[in-house]
Design a protein around this ligand. Sequence first.
Ligand SMILES: [Zn+2]
Length: 150
Amino acid sequence: MALVFCRSCGREIDESAVTCPHCGAAQALVFQINPDAIPEGVRGWSWGAFLLTWIWAIGNSTWIGLLALFPPLWFIMAIILGIKGREWAWKNARWDSLEHFNRVQRLWSIWGLVLVLGFILFMILVVVVVPATLFWHWMPQMHSPDGVTV
Ligand SMILES: [Zn+2]
């Protein structure tokens, strides 16, 4: 039996199947592929891999992503992971179906965005809000001639 993947759910099916036994999708346009081939819908930009780099790499058994731990390589790896990450994750980790793969990758992207936005908000807090608060707290004291707290 030659390996083909359902165009709809991405699971392996017999190449002669007219419809997918898993999801029922018609396979008229099914294409024969070798085991390394990537089903349609896997490729694409991965925000999860781009933003979380090595954390994403561990979660997706894509060990090359650990290169992002080295500061000089981090940004280059982030871009490479953004471009190639989904393909690598598809090959390296176990997935029930293309739908499962996309659901998990979407979660990674959401968490990546949440963490990055959280970090940006935290930095705004540290750089802007905290100094401003301290400034307005200590200003009156500094201008009080006898040092009495206002
Ligand atoms: Zn299917």
